[in-house]
Design a protein around this ligand. Structure first.
Ligand code: HEC
Ligand code: HEC
Ligand code: HEC
Ligand code: HEC
Ligand code: HEC
Length: 252
């Protein structure tokens, strides 16, 4: 395990214990919810702007985990009248809004501390702070659906600034696409090996699987720092660990 890698993992362990935010089990956005934001907004017509945004949230991983509107927008999720409920809810165009583009990373970071920390280490974060330009969390994940950008789409996002005309690292879009493809393939590979091997606790194979998992995790965090070469390094380490696993196949 490299020095760098240890750092990322232990940092995350600290963060995840500090940044855990408990989520109310009643506010799950499904039947019987007591969250008035969800209740009222789900009745708004899907054809209106506000309606479209609200309906986007439905079926998202956040809905499934009880991350309701107020967790990102603020407001009072117990109030039934619109005015009281919206106390503190500001349009995304307001600089003080929790979802103003510059504030989005820290809003998401309340729960995703490790990705947030990594992102704050990037050149793009400094750019976002200074000029408002550059990608933020929703550029790649979307605000409500929280999907993840596909390799075929990433090139377009990066190309807005990284192109021959502007001249800032024009190689970035194609490289980002290749690295993202590699990240996804690596994830699938590890998933397949996890289904194939069920090593006994404490065995060498268990350790190799654990190391592979940590390398993949570290690659994902590096991604948030845009360290394309570091990601490739992490994924090579992951591949090494899985290689050892295969050679020890019969040892469990
Ligand atoms: C009783 C109904 C009702 C409740 C409760 C309610 N909303 Fe709304 N909300 C609306 C309506 C209607 C609009 C559109 C208002 C408009 O266009 O002026 C809206 C607009 C919004 C907007 C867009 C803001 C803007 O100005 O464009 C956000 C964000 C929002 N609500 C979040 C929330 C959150 C978070 C909660 C819970 C804390 C909540 N709402 C509770 C009815 C409600
Ligand atoms: C995971 C965080 C998150 C959750 C949960 C969430 N939103 Fe949002 N929402 C955002 C972000 C970030 C934006 C800013 C839009 C952008 O830049 O794409 C936004 C934008 C909006 C807008 C557009 C108005 C504006 O100010 O730009 C509405 C309306 C809205 N959300 C309503 C809701 C409602 C209703 C819910 C619950 C059903 C909800 N949101 C849940 C993060 C969230
Ligand atoms: C109140 C806490 C909370 C906030 C705020 C929040 N999330 Fe999440 N998010 C969660 C939980 C809980 C999950 C599901 C469990 C998990 O994967 O950690 C999740 C899952 C995700 C996933 C999917 C991870 C996966 O494993 O597939 C992404 C991507 C994501 N969130 C992005 C965002 C973005 C972007 C924002 C800000 C706009 C945001 N989140 C705000 C709690 C939160
Ligand atoms: C340049 C695009 C990009 C930006 C900007 C970005 N992400 Fe991601 N994020 C990704 C990709 C790609 C993945 C890996 C998806 C996968 O596992 O397939 C990911 C994964 C995640 C995950 C899931 C990690 C896991 O364990 O599977 C979370 C949570 C997340 N991002 C949150 C954030 C937050 C919070 C921000 C802003 C501070 C952010 N992301 C900014 C592209 C981005
Ligand atoms: C809004 C403009 C903008 C967008 C969009 C953008 N970048 Fe950048 N990026 C920059 C600028 C400006 C620099 C710094 C150039 C310099 O150092 O002079 C940079 C630097 C970089 C670097 C080198 C960082 C370093 O520390 O050496 C990488 C890698 C990078 N970007 C990747 C990406 C990827 C991947 C995407 C797409 C997900 C992306 N960028 C999207 C503006 C942008």
């Amino acid at each position: 395990m490299s020095h760098h890698h240890k750092y990322v993992v232990s940092f995350f362990m600290i963060l995840s214990s500090v940044m855990f935010v408990p989520i109310s089990s009643h506010a799950d956005g499904r039947g019987g919810t007591r969250n008035t934001c969800v209740n009222c907004h789900s009745k708004l017509p899907g054809s209106s702007f506000v309606g479209v945004k609200s309906h986007d949230w439905k079926g998202s991983i956040h809905q499934k985990h009880g991350v309701t509107c107020d967790k990102c927008h603020g407001g009072n999720p117990a109030a039934t009248d619109e005015k009281t409920a919206h106390t503190g809810v500001l349009k995304s165009s307001e600089p003080r809004s929790t979802v103003y583009y510059k504030n989005i990373p820290s809003t998401c970071g309340k729960c995703h501390g490790a990705e947030y920390y990594s992102f704050t280490q990037s050149y793009h974060y400094k750019k976002l702070e200074a000029t408002g330009g550059g990608p933020n969390c929703v550029t790649c994940h979307g605000s409500m659906v929280t999907s993840v950008l596909k390799p075929d789409d990433i090139a377009n996002v990066c190309e807005r600034c990284h192109n021959k005309r502007i001249g800032v690292f024009p190689y970035v879009p194609q490289k980002a696409k290749a690295v993202l493809l590699l990240l996804r393939e690596s994830k699938a590979l590890l998933g397949a090996d996890r289904r194939l091997y069920h090593p006994v606790e404490g065995s060498a194979n268990a350790r190799h699987l654990q190391e592979a998992q940590s390398s993949l995790y570290s690659a994902k965090l590096e991604w948030h720092r845009f360290g394309l070469d570091a990601i490739i390094g992490d994924l090579e380490r992951m591949d090494d660990s899985l290689g050892k696993l295969t050679r020890n196949r019969h040892q469990r």
